[in-house]
Design a protein around this ligand. Structure first.
Ligand code: BGC
Length: 251
Protein backbone atom coordinates (compact mmCIF):
# COMPACT_ATOMS: atom_id res chain seq x y z
CA UNK A 1 0.00 0.00 0.00
CA UNK A 2 1.23 3.49 -0.83
CA UNK A 3 2.57 5.54 2.03
CA UNK A 4 1.01 8.95 1.60
CA UNK A 5 1.60 12.48 2.80
CA UNK A 6 0.74 15.96 1.62
CA UNK A 7 3.47 18.28 0.42
CA UNK A 8 3.00 22.03 0.10
CA UNK A 9 5.52 24.37 -1.50
CA UNK A 10 5.14 28.04 -0.67
CA UNK A 11 6.84 30.40 -3.10
CA UNK A 12 7.01 34.11 -3.74
CA UNK A 13 4.32 33.92 -6.44
CA UNK A 14 2.43 30.65 -6.01
CA UNK A 15 1.61 27.99 -3.43
CA UNK A 16 1.49 24.45 -4.82
CA UNK A 17 0.47 21.22 -3.19
CA UNK A 18 -0.35 17.58 -3.85
CA UNK A 19 -0.72 14.20 -2.21
CA UNK A 20 2.50 12.24 -2.57
CA UNK A 21 3.38 8.56 -2.53
CA UNK A 22 6.37 8.93 -0.20
CA UNK A 23 7.73 5.50 -1.01
CA UNK A 24 8.05 6.21 -4.73
CA UNK A 25 8.39 9.98 -4.66
CA UNK A 26 5.49 10.51 -7.06
CA UNK A 27 2.36 12.65 -7.02
CA UNK A 28 -0.85 10.69 -6.56
CA UNK A 29 -3.24 13.62 -6.88
CA UNK A 30 -3.46 16.60 -9.19
CA UNK A 31 -1.09 19.41 -8.37
CA UNK A 32 -3.17 22.24 -6.96
CA UNK A 33 -1.98 25.85 -7.09
CA UNK A 34 -3.18 29.03 -5.43
CA UNK A 35 -1.75 32.51 -5.77
CA UNK A 36 0.59 33.71 -2.97
CA UNK A 37 -1.33 36.60 -1.36
CA UNK A 38 0.21 39.99 -2.15
CA UNK A 39 2.58 41.11 0.60
CA UNK A 40 3.22 37.52 1.72
CA UNK A 41 1.85 38.12 5.24
CA UNK A 42 1.75 35.09 7.59
CA UNK A 43 -2.01 34.98 8.24
CA UNK A 44 -2.90 35.46 4.59
CA UNK A 45 -0.48 32.72 3.52
CA UNK A 46 -1.79 30.33 6.21
CA UNK A 47 -5.34 31.03 4.95
CA UNK A 48 -4.27 30.31 1.34
CA UNK A 49 -2.68 27.02 2.45
CA UNK A 50 -5.98 26.11 4.13
CA UNK A 51 -7.82 26.78 0.84
CA UNK A 52 -5.32 24.64 -1.02
CA UNK A 53 -5.82 21.74 1.43
CA UNK A 54 -9.60 22.05 0.95
CA UNK A 55 -9.08 21.87 -2.82
CA UNK A 56 -7.07 18.69 -2.42
CA UNK A 57 -10.27 17.14 -1.13
CA UNK A 58 -10.68 14.58 1.61
CA UNK A 59 -7.19 13.95 2.89
CA UNK A 60 -8.00 12.52 6.32
CA UNK A 61 -5.15 12.73 8.79
CA UNK A 62 -2.29 12.47 6.35
CA UNK A 63 0.98 14.06 7.50
CA UNK A 64 1.48 17.55 6.06
CA UNK A 65 4.90 18.94 5.12
CA UNK A 66 5.31 22.57 4.14
CA UNK A 67 8.38 24.10 2.58
CA UNK A 68 9.03 27.80 2.66
CA UNK A 69 11.57 30.26 1.18
CA UNK A 70 13.40 31.04 4.43
CA UNK A 71 15.78 29.68 7.02
CA UNK A 72 13.65 27.38 9.18
CA UNK A 73 14.96 26.18 12.53
CA UNK A 74 12.81 24.07 14.84
CA UNK A 75 9.63 25.33 13.18
CA UNK A 76 10.63 28.98 13.43
CA UNK A 77 11.17 30.99 10.23
CA UNK A 78 14.27 33.08 10.71
CA UNK A 79 14.50 35.06 7.50
CA UNK A 80 12.21 36.34 4.78
CA UNK A 81 13.72 36.85 1.36
CA UNK A 82 10.72 37.14 -0.96
CA UNK A 83 7.90 37.33 1.58
CA UNK A 84 6.86 39.70 4.39
CA UNK A 85 9.38 40.51 7.15
CA UNK A 86 6.72 39.44 9.65
CA UNK A 87 8.00 35.87 9.15
CA UNK A 88 11.32 36.67 10.81
CA UNK A 89 11.33 34.97 14.23
CA UNK A 90 7.78 33.64 13.78
CA UNK A 91 6.77 30.20 15.05
CA UNK A 92 5.45 29.19 11.62
CA UNK A 93 4.90 25.57 12.58
CA UNK A 94 2.58 26.72 15.35
CA UNK A 95 0.78 29.18 13.05
CA UNK A 96 0.04 26.53 10.40
CA UNK A 97 -0.80 23.83 12.95
CA UNK A 98 -3.35 26.16 14.56
CA UNK A 99 -4.85 27.37 11.28
CA UNK A 100 -5.10 23.89 9.73
CA UNK A 101 -6.05 22.09 12.94
CA UNK A 102 -3.41 19.55 12.07
CA UNK A 103 0.29 19.20 12.96
CA UNK A 104 2.61 20.25 10.13
CA UNK A 105 6.33 19.86 9.54
CA UNK A 106 8.03 22.90 8.01
CA UNK A 107 11.41 23.30 6.35
CA UNK A 108 13.34 25.43 3.86
CA UNK A 109 12.15 25.02 0.23
CA UNK A 110 15.55 24.23 -1.29
CA UNK A 111 16.23 21.69 1.47
CA UNK A 112 12.90 20.02 0.62
CA UNK A 113 13.76 19.98 -3.10
CA UNK A 114 17.14 18.44 -2.32
CA UNK A 115 15.56 15.74 -0.15
CA UNK A 116 13.39 14.78 -3.14
CA UNK A 117 16.34 14.71 -5.54
CA UNK A 118 18.60 12.75 -3.21
CA UNK A 119 15.91 10.23 -2.29
CA UNK A 120 14.30 9.80 -5.70
CA UNK A 121 16.06 11.86 -8.39
CA UNK A 122 19.38 13.01 -9.81
CA UNK A 123 21.22 12.77 -6.45
CA UNK A 124 20.24 9.19 -5.66
CA UNK A 125 23.16 7.08 -4.33
CA UNK A 126 25.53 10.00 -4.91
CA UNK A 127 28.59 10.04 -2.62
CA UNK A 128 30.47 13.12 -1.46
CA UNK A 129 29.10 16.65 -1.68
CA UNK A 130 25.98 17.36 -3.71
CA UNK A 131 24.78 20.93 -4.04
CA UNK A 132 21.19 21.43 -5.09
CA UNK A 133 20.25 24.83 -6.47
CA UNK A 134 16.77 26.04 -7.38
CA UNK A 135 16.41 28.90 -9.83
CA UNK A 136 13.14 30.75 -9.28
CA UNK A 137 12.09 33.98 -7.57
CA UNK A 138 15.32 33.59 -5.58
CA UNK A 139 18.17 31.08 -5.67
CA UNK A 140 17.66 28.26 -3.20
CA UNK A 141 20.58 26.05 -2.23
CA UNK A 142 21.01 22.87 -0.21
CA UNK A 143 24.05 20.82 0.73
CA UNK A 144 24.01 17.05 1.01
CA UNK A 145 27.10 15.20 2.14
CA UNK A 146 27.05 11.41 1.69
CA UNK A 147 23.26 11.53 1.70
CA UNK A 148 22.97 13.68 4.85
CA UNK A 149 21.43 17.14 4.61
CA UNK A 150 23.28 20.12 6.08
CA UNK A 151 20.20 22.36 6.48
CA UNK A 152 19.66 26.02 5.73
CA UNK A 153 22.57 26.76 3.40
CA UNK A 154 21.73 30.24 2.10
CA UNK A 155 24.20 30.33 -0.75
CA UNK A 156 21.83 32.11 -3.10
CA UNK A 157 22.84 35.26 -1.25
CA UNK A 158 26.55 34.97 -2.01
CA UNK A 159 27.89 38.43 -2.59
CA UNK A 160 29.49 38.72 -6.03
CA UNK A 161 30.46 42.02 -7.69
CA UNK A 162 29.24 43.74 -4.51
CA UNK A 163 25.64 42.52 -4.78
CA UNK A 164 23.49 39.76 -3.33
CA UNK A 165 23.84 37.62 -6.44
CA UNK A 166 20.38 36.04 -6.42
CA UNK A 167 19.15 39.45 -7.54
CA UNK A 168 21.22 38.93 -10.73
CA UNK A 169 21.11 35.21 -11.39
CA UNK A 170 17.73 33.93 -10.15
CA UNK A 171 15.26 33.13 -12.94
CA UNK A 172 13.25 36.18 -11.83
CA UNK A 173 16.16 38.39 -12.99
CA UNK A 174 15.83 37.01 -16.53
CA UNK A 175 12.12 37.82 -16.50
CA UNK A 176 12.47 41.20 -14.81
CA UNK A 177 15.27 42.42 -17.07
CA UNK A 178 14.10 40.63 -20.22
CA UNK A 179 17.43 38.77 -20.56
CA UNK A 180 18.02 36.16 -23.26
CA UNK A 181 19.08 32.70 -22.07
CA UNK A 182 22.60 33.48 -23.34
CA UNK A 183 22.77 36.66 -21.26
CA UNK A 184 21.40 34.88 -18.22
CA UNK A 185 23.91 32.04 -18.67
CA UNK A 186 26.81 34.50 -18.37
CA UNK A 187 25.57 35.35 -14.88
CA UNK A 188 24.94 31.70 -14.03
CA UNK A 189 28.50 30.91 -15.12
CA UNK A 190 29.80 33.50 -12.69
CA UNK A 191 27.60 32.26 -9.85
CA UNK A 192 28.33 28.55 -10.27
CA UNK A 193 32.06 29.18 -10.70
CA UNK A 194 32.13 30.83 -7.27
CA UNK A 195 30.16 27.95 -5.76
CA UNK A 196 32.56 25.47 -7.34
CA UNK A 197 35.62 27.34 -6.10
CA UNK A 198 34.31 27.59 -2.54
CA UNK A 199 32.91 24.08 -2.10
CA UNK A 200 34.49 21.68 -4.64
CA UNK A 201 31.24 19.72 -4.97
CA UNK A 202 30.97 16.32 -6.63
CA UNK A 203 27.61 17.10 -8.22
CA UNK A 204 25.46 20.18 -8.79
CA UNK A 205 21.74 19.65 -9.38
CA UNK A 206 19.78 22.48 -10.98
CA UNK A 207 16.09 22.67 -10.14
CA UNK A 208 13.26 25.19 -10.09
CA UNK A 209 10.48 25.47 -12.69
CA UNK A 210 12.88 26.65 -15.39
CA UNK A 211 14.92 23.43 -15.10
CA UNK A 212 12.29 21.94 -17.45
CA UNK A 213 14.04 24.03 -20.13
CA UNK A 214 17.56 23.09 -19.06
CA UNK A 215 18.73 22.55 -22.69
CA UNK A 216 18.45 26.30 -23.18
CA UNK A 217 21.03 27.23 -20.53
CA UNK A 218 22.83 24.30 -18.88
CA UNK A 219 24.98 23.57 -21.99
CA UNK A 220 26.16 27.20 -21.88
CA UNK A 221 27.71 26.75 -18.43
CA UNK A 222 31.20 25.39 -18.28
CA UNK A 223 32.38 23.84 -14.98
CA UNK A 224 34.58 20.99 -13.88
CA UNK A 225 31.80 19.73 -11.64
CA UNK A 226 29.10 17.53 -13.17
CA UNK A 227 25.94 19.57 -13.47
CA UNK A 228 22.56 17.94 -14.05
CA UNK A 229 18.91 19.06 -14.16
CA UNK A 230 16.62 17.98 -11.31
CA UNK A 231 14.50 14.95 -12.14
CA UNK A 232 11.57 15.81 -9.91
CA UNK A 233 11.29 19.13 -11.81
CA UNK A 234 8.78 21.57 -10.44
CA UNK A 235 7.40 19.14 -7.85
CA UNK A 236 10.65 18.64 -5.93
CA UNK A 237 9.61 20.85 -2.99
CA UNK A 238 6.22 19.15 -2.72
CA UNK A 239 7.75 15.66 -2.79
CA UNK A 240 10.55 16.47 -0.33
CA UNK A 241 8.26 18.22 2.16
CA UNK A 242 5.83 15.29 2.06
CA UNK A 243 8.64 12.73 2.46
CA UNK A 244 10.00 14.50 5.52
CA UNK A 245 6.56 14.95 7.08
CA UNK A 246 5.97 11.20 6.70
CA UNK A 247 9.39 10.40 8.16
CA UNK A 248 8.77 12.75 11.05
CA UNK A 249 5.53 11.00 11.87
CA UNK A 250 7.21 7.63 11.88
CA UNK A 251 9.89 8.77 14.38
C1 BGC B 1 15.86 32.41 0.42
C2 BGC B 1 16.05 30.94 0.65
C3 BGC B 1 15.20 30.15 -0.33
C4 BGC B 1 15.45 30.63 -1.75
C5 BGC B 1 14.55 29.93 -2.77
C6 BGC B 1 16.13 32.76 -1.03
O1 BGC B 1 15.92 34.10 -1.27
O2 BGC B 1 16.75 33.16 1.24
O3 BGC B 1 15.72 30.61 1.97
O4 BGC B 1 15.50 28.79 -0.21
O5 BGC B 1 15.25 32.01 -1.88
O6 BGC B 1 13.21 30.19 -2.53
Amino acid sequence: MARKAIGIDIGGTGIKGAIVDTKRGTLISDRVRVQTPAGGEPDAIAEAVKDLLDQLGHVGRLPVGICFPAVVRHGITQSAANVSNAWIGLDAEKLFTKKLGHHVHILNDADAAAVAEVKFGAGKDQKGLTIMTTLGTGIGTALFYNGVLVPNAELGHLEIDGVDYETKAAYSALEREGLSFEEWAVRLQKYYSVLERLFSPDLIIVGGGISKQHEKFLPLINLQTRMVPAKTKNSAGIIGAAALARLNQED
